[in-house]
Design a protein around this ligand. Structure first.
Ligand code: HEC
Ligand code: HEC
Length: 298
């Protein structure tokens, strides 16, 4: 073999005997840097085999002397996260909603939890940002039927509204806005007059004479619940009735003439489920905090 070694005429380097399309491969040594990197890699892989999990062995594998495991790592960080959460949840369980509101850490934790639970449980009726819908009050303004402090909200969410089998519920089952027309308390003319008066509370009356007559009907039939200026039961200092103000643009059912006539004729008694039946106390507290911070909390 050695005898037949062919040398490249130009560079004087031996060839390997391989030739490609007439190009001959020269037998140059590997570059030193490359060779050393290669040796280091081999050495590193040996060290790695010893230290870390490496070779599959049937149903198991070589564990390595460090005993490292990504699965255990993940399990540990999950457990850590849970423990950190448990710490907060535990503190929320022991604190009152007012105290949570004052603690910056707890507040931001409760807001995050509240937002998730709100989207899951409440947005179907009250809208994603609590903006409300016909028959479902807005939770993002400062008009409240049952009170807007965190304590009020906590109770409303917990006991619901007009729920028969729940002690702490708001209002009494079936008792709401009287059906003045259906129950024969007011006739059509009186309903027409009082509707005109209610429109006048937001400067939308079209018939002054009718509105004046309606004022009398209102004084005789409505002030007990809605207040003398139609400011709503809470603003009039009448608690536990849940009568909305009639002098703002925030309508639950609607402030147009046809809807007003319908409400006054047939009455209304909105119901909300009692969430104590479905959610734990810690969640309800977080929801109360979240709703309070939607913009209209008092
Ligand atoms: C099935 C529909 C429905 C769902 C779901 C619902 N609500 Fe309500 N909610 C209502 C209705 C209807 C009222 C108005 C009751 C009334 O007429 O007084 C109400 C009233 C309220 C009030 C009182 C508003 C005020 O002006 O005082 C709060 C607070 C409230 N809901 C919060 C929540 C929260 C928080 C959730 C989720 C855990 C939720 N609601 C889920 C229907 C719903
Ligand atoms: C017994 C108390 C009570 C009396 C009396 C009463 N209301 Fe109401 N009214 C309510 C309650 C409670 C609601 C809210 C019902 C609900 O949330 O479903 C309401 C709702 C309304 C609404 C709907 C407001 C909205 O935001 O959509 C109008 C309008 C209204 N009342 C007008 C009147 C007028 C006019 C009278 C007098 C003729 C009157 N009410 C008498 C308790 C009363």
């Amino acid at each position: 073999m050695a005898k037949n070694v062919e040398k490249d005429a130009l560079s004087g380097v031996e060839t390997t005997g391989h030739s490609f399309d007439g190009l001959k491969e020269l037998n140059n040594p590997l570059p030193k840097w490359w060779l050393y990197v290669f040796y280091v890699c081999i050495a590193w892989s040996l060290v790695y085999y010893v230290l870390y999990p490496a070779w599959p062995l049937g149903s198991t594998y070589t564990k390595g002397v460090l005993g490292y495991s990504q699965r255990e790592d993940l399990a540990k960080s999950l457990a850590d996260a849970k423990a950190a959460q448990a710490k907060y949840l535990d503190r929320i369980a022991k604190a009152s909603v007012e105290d949570i509101q004052k603690d910056k850490d707890l507040l931001s934790f409760a807001m995050a939890g509240g937002r998730t639970m709100f989207n899951e449980n409440c947005s179907a009726c009250h809208g994603a940002g609590g903006q409300g819908a016909k028959g479902y009050p807005t939770l993002a303004d400062d008009v409240w039927l049952w009170g807007g402090t965190t304590g009020d909200l906590y109770q409303t969410i917990k006991g619901g509204v007009r729920q028969g089998d729940v002690v702490e519920t708001r209002g009494a089952p079936g008792v709401g806005m009287t059906a003045f027309g259906r129950d024969g308390i007011l006739d059509k003319t009186q309903i027409d007059q009082v509707t005109e008066y209610v429109l006048s509370l937001t400067n939308r009356a079209t018939d002054k004479a009718k509105a004046d007559k309606g004022k009398t009907v209102f004084e005789e039939n409505c002030v007990a619940c809605h207040g003398d200026k139609g400011q709503g039961s809470l603003a009039a200092g009448v608690d536990g009735v849940g009568a909305p103000p009639l002098n703002t643009a925030a309508w639950v059912y609607g402030g147009d003439r046809a809807t007003l006539v319908q409400t006054i004729t047939n009455g209304r008694a909105g119901e909300m489920p009692a969430w104590s039946k479905r959610l734990d106390d810690v969640t309800i507290k977080q929801l109360a905090i979240y709703v309070h911070n939607l913009g209209g909390g008092k």
